[in-house]
Design a protein around this ligand. Structure first.
Ligand code: CUA
Length: 348
């Protein structure tokens, strides 16, 4: 910050300027109208004050033009607010297709961020300049709110649910990250920094995280470890739906409804499998509630997503799943977990 006082925080995202222009419009309209109303109150209080006990006002004909003016002008101003606000809302609600995905998990009292390449950060987020970033966020406990004033980005982070937000940083530097939802004793300490780096510098930072395993790869290990492939087979018809090519597709349920297999659907299917049973299958999957953390879920989701991106998805029955999964023994379901070894990436 150059000046000692700024009316608005620094603008560091593509949307920041749009939000500020709307805010200025709202402030200007509100100020002009407040001032006009207060001046008129004063003026009329003096002009039409009671001068004697017996004074009675004359009947006043309704001036149609005036009535129309003070209905139509504010209506027009409000419509501008609505249309302008809605267009910014839609802009902020729809991440571009090429946005990079980053996961955010809030918990009392820290922000955990996770890159697809595997890098994990606490109370920090490193992102490249000029690239749209899409955050998929959830909470381990209570409601938090991911707030980066310089990006004009504030979005609630809710337990048991995924919310998404996106922004495109337009300025390199370090920016404040706050929690904007009162979440307990150390709410005020739930702060961090977003580092916007030049793309080359970001690549170096990303490469420096050797030892981190990509989300897809740790998700695959977890998938094996939890013995998911016992039922979700890909080589032959299994007792449970084949997950190859599932992500983003509509799925028909026993009840006849259709759901899109998005992040929220997969999360629910792991934690509460009986909520939505795919048509043609039995409700036999055990719940993994309490067995997997929010971060585990993100890894499993990324792994399942990756199954849909295999180029050879035309023949999903062969070779679309890494051989490691096929080699899995017949060890039981989640109950055998205590005997198994937790995949390396899970520690933390
Ligand atoms: Cu988290 Cu306030």
């Amino acid at each position: 910050m150059n000046s000692s006082f700024q009316f608005f925080p620094e603008q560091a995202s593509a949307t920041a300027q749009h939000v500020d222009h709307l805010a200025i419009y709202l402030i200007v309209v509100a100020t002009i109208f407040s001032a006009a109303i207060f001046m008129l109150i004063l003026y009329f209080a003096v002009k039409y004050r009671r001068r004697s006990e017996h004074e009675r006002p004359h009947a006043t004909p309704e001036p149609m033009a005036l009535e129309m003016a003070w209905s139509i002008i504010p209506f027009g101003l409000m419509i501008v607010m609505f249309v302008w606000g809605a267009s910014i809302y839609f802009e902020m609600a729809r991440p571009p297709n090429d946005a990079m995905n980053i996961y955010v998990v809030g918990k009392q009292w820290m922000w955990k961020t996770q890159h697809l390449e595997g890098q994990r950060e606490i109370n920090e987020l490193h992102i490249p300049l000029g690239r749209a970033v899409r955050l998929t966020m959830t909470s381990e406990d209570v409601i938090h709110s991911f707030f980066v004033p310089a990006f004009r980005e504030k979005f609630d982070v809710l337990p048991g649910r995924y919310t998404t937000a996106w922004f495109k940083p337009t300025k390199a530097g370090k920016f404040h990250l706050f929690c904007a939802e009162y979440c307990g004793t150390l709410h005020s300490g739930m702060i961090g920094s977003v580092y916007v780096m030049e793309p080359a510098e970001y690549e170096r930072w990303l490469a420096g995280g050797a030892g981190f395993e990509s989300l897809v790869s740790s998700g695959q290990k977890l998938f094996e470890y939890l013995a998911c492939a016992n039922c979700h087979r890909t080589d032959k018809p299994g007792r449970c739906p084949n997950l190859v090519g599932l992500f983003g597709k509509p799925v028909l349920m026993t009840g006849g409804e259709n759901f899109t297999a998005d992040e929220a659907y997969i999360r629910e299917s792991i934690l509460n499998p009986s909520a939505k049973v795919v048509a043609g299958y039995q409700n036999i999957m055990p719940s993994f509630q309490g067995l997997v953390t929010e971060e585990d879920l993100l890894q499993l989701i990324e792994y399942i997503k990756s199954l849909g991106q295999k180029p050879e998805s035309a023949s999903p029955a062969t070779g679309a799943i890494p051989p490691a999964l096929e080699r899995r023994g017949t060890a039981g379901g989640p109950t055998s977990r205590s005997t198994g070894r937790r995949p390396e990436a899970q520690k933390r």
